[in-house]
Design a protein around this ligand. Structure first.
Ligand code: ADP
Length: 307
């Protein structure tokens, strides 16, 4: 197969591992910086150019698109899709999952467990907003934050009110969420490929820290997940339309709750914690999907009616 890997940095662990895994299986793989791709949007022959060259057709494309370049990155991915290249994750699914509010609304519509969550932009009655989500302690999040930055725990209604007011001054969307204290500063990352959780790890925040992000000094360890956690993670990925996803769950008193569904989950933490070849599993998934696509194209009657 010929595979394109959209990644801004060939030196990143995840990028390197995917390159290695593809080559080990005898595939040709090329790392492309999506921001450097330029495109011709014509109806009869869409193309992608890169450093003065028109790219030949790829069989598959693996998008690893950073949050800050979602808009242009997904446009490039869409161009590959228009050219008939199979995307490991589709552009629409990535766009959907990058919008936190939209994601939470979709997940709740499918009946998945979520922390009680409110969102607001410029509420006139902050007290009522706090009451609406069950009162303090509350977690207040800036929607644009990543890696735990802009996530604040307010232990009292007064603290909640002043944090909300401060965030409102930034003229941004905010999310106000029930604090899942019983999670004890940890969360569970489930790595989903296809309809399976292929690996999972527990991330624990450092002493006294409720945020478990590895970037904030958290540590990762192996964990056994329950059947309910497994099915929640798979359903969450499916709801977003992602073939590959990192689903973050909190263990609450009322069962697993979904915190986030990540469309470009990193490989370093999870491969190191579990010792599994998750890069290889992604390549295998692409092999399988392409084979199915070829079979259905060469023998359409066999698959007709499957929907
Ligand atoms: P980011 O996307 O910036 O990493 P998250 O929403 O994932 O932000 O929050 C960072 C961390 O804070 C999570 O990994 C989790 O450990 C903790 N956390 C977030 N929301 C809650 C909550 N409602 N209750 C308890 N802990 C939470």
């Amino acid at each position: 197969m010929k595979i394109a890997l959209l990644s801004r940095n060939p030196k990143l662990y995840s990028t390197q591992r995917l390159v290695e895994a593809a080559q080990e299986r005898g595939h040709e793989i090329r790392v492309l910086d999506a921001l450097r791709c330029y495109m011709n949007i014509t109806m009869n022959r869409p193309s992608v150019h890169y450093r003065g060259e028109e790219l030949a057709l790829f069989d598959a494309v693996i998008p690893r698109i950073g949050a800050s370049v979602t808009y242009y990155g997904t446009a490039v991915l869409r161009q590959f899709e228009m050219m008939g290249t199979f995307p490991l994750n589709e552009s629409v699914a990535i766009t959907r999952s990058r919008d936190k509010l939209r994601s939470l609304q979709l997940l709740s519509r499918k009946g998945l467990g979520l922390p009680v969550t409110g969102f607001a932009h410029k509420p006139d009655d902050v007290e009522d907003l706090i009451k609406m989500v069950g009162g303090a302690p509350l977690v207040i999040k800036l929607l644009e934050g990543t890696q735990g930055i802009g996530v604040v725990l307010a232990e009292t209604p007064q603290a909640a009110e002043s944090v909300i007011e401060a965030f409102m001054g930034l003229k941004t969307n905010i999310l106000v969420q029930e604090f899942i204290k019983e999670a004890g500063g940890s969360d569970i990352r489930c790595f989903v490929i296809g309809e399976k959780v292929v690996a999972s790890m527990k991330r624990q925040g450092k002493e006294g820290e409720f945020r478990s992000n590895l970037h904030r000094g958290g540590t990762a360890s192996l964990v056994r997940i329950s059947p309910e956690e497994r099915s929640t993670a798979v359903r969450a990925a499916k709801t977003m339309g992602l073939n590959v996803a990192g689903v973050d769950l909190l263990r609450s008193n009322h069962g697993p709750v979904v915190m986030e569904v990540n469309s470009s989950p990193g490989l370093e933490g999870i491969e190191r914690a579990t010792g599994k070849d998750i890069a290889g599993m992604q390549i295998q998934f692409i092999e399988k999907r392409l084979e199915e696509l070829h079979t259905s194209r060469s023998n359409p009657s066999k698959t007709r009616g499957r929907g």
